[in-house]
Design a protein around this ligand. Structure first.
Ligand code: ZN
Ligand code: ZN
Length: 369
């Protein structure tokens, strides 16, 4: 990715700030920081701030030990540092003063730790405060080509891993959920992914009724469905897909019926995705199939969520979201049926909204075999 990408994003962020009537945006180590500078790090106890004013160039205020790194890794010209032993709040006050925004309207990262928002309030007691999503939400929801390429690559790594899982077949029987989750992590890395994008779900048998089960010490048995929901990252962008497989033997007739309903619901919802259709209508398309088959009460979550630097972000594919889909948006489509005490079933793909429909990012078979 060229530096232009980030300078352009910061310029557009400045425009958005003016549109929403804000004077500046302050990020800490967050997805927004990565989006606007390309630099990613975990939040820590030291003050680490990016100030993007509505007009003019951005300033980074970082701990001294990050100075060289940030000057090399980003195209932000104004990188200031504070040393351990200095008061970082005084340095933050100077930055806000230099941008003339200490009594303005300032948006902070939605995820900023309270200790940093409290310090900002202390150094700018006359400012009005809001959340960064107010300005950046509309930018981040439509992905540019750089982002779409990363999402495609991450989806390909997940798809290759899902195919490996099918090939594993009967060899998975006897492994624990935890062992299989570790195996999946290895395969994701082998296919070019970095880490796991969220806690890998390997939910065997009755554990499958908990959509966010994670993985535990239960063994995988023949003839039972296993919900497999995992992702990795490429260039910071995640994949997220689900298949529900039976590794060996034959599942019950009840499960076959449920799986067929979930597949049909998932296809109906993907078919509904196109520009101008609301998120609610996509949710309705999946729900209509599941309700029609008599399982309405067992579909206990929304149909999907947007995917970008955050695995869960706008647009949420949920009954009360009247937002219309637009080209460049990316979302999951993942209906499920969960029968308490018995099993769960979910099928999930990511799709990109295109000018005339959608592009599926996941291409592996939907079957349980
Ligand atoms: Zn998922
Ligand atoms: Zn998902």
């Amino acid at each position: 990715m060229t530096d232009d990408v980030y300078a352009t994003r910061r310029d557009r962020a400045g425009e958005r700030l003016r549109e929403v009537g804000a004077d500046a945006l302050v990020c800490f180590p967050s997805r927004n920081l990565r989006y606007l500078t390309g630099f990613a790090t975990e939040p820590g106890e030291r003050h680490f701030l990016l100030v993007v004013p509505a007009g003019g160039a951005a300033t980074l205020l970082v701990p001294e030990l990050y100075g060289t790194q940030l000057r090399e890794a980003t195209d932000v010209a104004d990188v200031r540092t504070w040393a351990d032993g200095d008061d970082p709040r005084a340095a933050a006050r100077d930055v806000l003063d230099d941008h003339g925004i200490r009594d303005g309207r300032i948006l902070v990262d939605d995820t900023m730790w309270a200790r940093f928002t409290q310090d900002l309030r202390a150094v700018a007691p006359d400012a009005d405060w809001g959340l960064a999503s107010e300005a950046l939400g509309d930018l981040r929801v439509r992905k540019d080509e750089t982002e779409l390429d990363a999402l495609r690559s991450a989806a390909a790594a997940a798809d290759a891993t899902m195919n490996d899982l099918r090939d594993l077949g009967a060899d998975a029987v006897g492994m624990t959920e935890r062992e299989l989750a570790a195996w999946i992590a290895d395969r994701l890395a082998a296919h070019g992914g970095t880490g796991t994008a969220f806690e890998t779900v390997v939910a065997a048998g009755e554990n499958g009724v908990k959509p966010h089960h994670g993985h535990g010490d239960r063994g995988i048995r023949a003839g039972e469905p296993v919900v497999l929901d995992f992702g990795t990252r490429v260039d910071g962008y995640p994949s997220d897909q689900t298949r529900t497989l039976v590794f060996d033997g034959e599942p019950s007739a009840a499960y076959r019926e449920v799986h067929a309903v979930v597949r049909e619901a998932q296809s109906a919802a993907v078919d509904a995705v196109e520009p101008g259709v609301t998120a609610a209508a996509v949710d309705r398309a999946a729900r209509t199939v599941i309700e029609g088959a008599g399982y309405g009460d067992t579909f206990v979550h929304r149909t999907g969520h947007g995917v970008g630097l955050d695995v869960h972000e706008e647009p949420y594919i949920v009954a009360d979201n009247d937002r219309e889909l637009e080209p460049g948006m990316v979302c999951s489509v993942e209906p499920g049926i969960y029968l308490d005490g018995r099993f769960g079933c979910r099928v999930e793909d990511l799709v990109i909204v295109t000018v005339d429909g959608c592009e599926r990012l996941n291409a592996t078979d939907h079957g349980w075999e």
